[in-house]
Design a protein around this ligand. Structure first.
Ligand SMILES: C[S@@+](CC[C@H](N)C(=O)[O-])C[C@H]1O[C@@H](n2cnc3c(N)ncnc32)[C@H](O)[C@@H]1O
Length: 195
């Protein structure tokens, strides 16, 4: 299916940065507009976390969704220092691009109204720690969950385990969305729920 939401200029610039760097793991045009729409719904004074900045394409969708808002803090975590530095030079001041591995940084990150987990760490590993960072009423977004994307059985098993883990977490209401690369939305109960 061809994308129906036009790419905002900021997303086009990030996609060009990815192309120039030969970075091929950017988010697609399925999850991107969803991130923008969810960012627009973050409550006043809210916080957004992306785990795995890459070349900044998903981040550009998030920033585009926030439009002229300046009350929201966006934190994005990237293990690759060069990628992080590139993106840091091209984002609004309310975006905090942190260099480091999620596994090391998560105790310092605080909690969020919207979390996009898009890196090895925090998604395929340490996923329980990511779920703990979602505020009551907050939303967690995952992509790349379509098992047919993976040829190795151990990778398919990892994907299945992540999906099973979030379904088994009583704090979350889960919607699996079978489009693009296989998406999942999980909303934490407004009263926090019990783990
Ligand atoms: C799928 S790409 C991210 C794409 C980006 N979120 C987007 O929407 O275009 C995954 C990124 O996570 C980074 N990464 C991998 N493991 C990580 C970890 N443990 N902690 C933080 N970043 C990590 C990689 O360097 C890579 O840039």
């Amino acid at each position: 299916m061809s994308p129906r939401t036009p790419r905002p200029p900021r997303v086009l610039a990030a996609a060009e940065r990815a192309r120039a760097r030969g970075f091929r793991a950017s988010s697609g045009d399925g999850v991107g507009p969803l991130l923008a729409a969810l960012a627009a719904a973050v409550p006043d004074g809210g916080r957004v976390l992306e785990i795995g900045t890459g070349a900044g394409v998903g981040l550009a969708w998030i920033v585009s969704g926030l439009g002229r808002r300046r009350d929201v803090e966006v934190v994005t975590v990237e293990a690759d220092a060069e990628l992080a530095a590139d993106v840091r030079g091209d984002v609004p001041g309310y975006v905090d691009v942190r260099t480091g591995r999620f596994e090391d940084l998560h105790p310092t990150l605080g909690t969020y109204d919207l979390v996009f987990a898009d890196a090895e760490g925090g998604k395929w590993t340490d996923f329980d720690r990511t779920r703990d960072l979602v505020r009551p009423g907050g939303v967690l977004v995952l992509d790349d969950l379509d098992e047919s994307l993976y040829t190795r059985p151990e990778h398919r098993a990892t994907v299945a385990a992540v999906v099973a883990d979030v379904h088994a977490d009583p704090r979350f209401t889960v919607a699996e969305l079978a489009f693009d690369t296989g998406l999942l939305l999980a909303t934490r109960a407004r009263d926090g729920g019990t783990a």
